[in-house]
Design a protein around this ligand. Structure first.
Ligand code: GLN
Length: 244
């Protein structure tokens, strides 16, 4: 019997789709297909209702203006908060990370977020965080790779744990943390798209969505990309390359 398709919802990619973040849906669909699992992708247009029954939600990054517009629309979508609060897997990137937090700093100062993460975001002290990032995943010890471009920071409360520990880059700007994980939410400042550069993270979301382990799938093109990006990350030691 064919398994049910995995229904992926991309929240407002026209507003929250910076740096190709909507490519996270393509990565999920590709890795699902490699296991014979069908995946559907619904890109929700700003103003349209966000379905409450999705298997995976993706919320991407944005410039401050688009982020403010998305925040207004999201306030009117309690079904999305209910679904993720009830355990639907969700990946939130950069502006998405901030919007899901308790509070973040928008164009007009501090604003309440959706409260799905016990995280408070304000502004990084010093220059904008821009560049390649390498972290050590707090989930499985693997290296998480991506690039960052943000002014927001993130301070984790007791209910949230970091997604990774920074080896190269700025991340959340506090305690060497990058991103957050809490319940079914994985949040990060990493673009790339992050699920293309980090297949283990894509598989974690898919595993949670289908409720079973997936057979291994090594994509040699992605492994090549990871090696290349690791060397681009600059202060790389040969040791990092060998263990990637
Ligand atoms: N505008 C937000 C910031 O600068 C988010 C940026 C992003 O999503 N890359 O922090």
């Amino acid at each position: 019997m064919q398994p049910d398709p995995v229904n992926i919802v991309v929240v407002y990619p026209k507003l929250l789709g910076l740096y190709g973040d909507r490519g996270n849906a393509a990565a999920l669909r590709h890795r699902a297909a490699a296991r014979g699992i069908e995946a559907t992708v619904l890109e929700v247009a700003p103003g349209d209702p966000i379905p409450e029954q999705a298997d995976i939600y993706l919320v991407g990054g944005a410039e401050d203006g688009s982020m403010a517009a998305a925040a207004k629309l999201l306030e009117r979508q309690p079904g999305f908060v209910r679904a993720v609060g009830a355990g639907a897997p969700c990946l939130a990137v950069c502006a998405g990370f901030q919007l899901l937090s308790r509070e973040y700093v928008g164009m007009d100062g501090p604003r309440p977020g959706l409260g799905l993460l016990d995280v408070t975001c304000s502004r990084l002290t010093g220059p904008r965080a821009v560049g390649e990032v390498v972290t050590r995943s707090e989930i499985d010890g693997s290296r998480l790779l991506g690039f960052e471009n943000h002014q927001g920071d993130a301070v984790l409360g007791p209910a949230a744990r970091p997604l990774g520990i920074v080896e190269v880059g700025r991340g959340n700007g506090h305690e060497g943390h990058e991103g957050a994980q809490q319940g079914s939410v994985i949040a990060t400042y990493l673009h790339g798209p992050v699920l293309v550069r980090n297949p283990a993270l894509a598989d974690l979301l898919l595993t949670r969505a289908v409720g079973r382990e997936l057979e291994p799938y090594l994509d040699s093109r992605v492994e090549r990309l990871r090696r290349e990006r690791l060397s681009a990350a600059g202060s790389l030691r040969t040791r990092l390359l060998r263990r990637a």
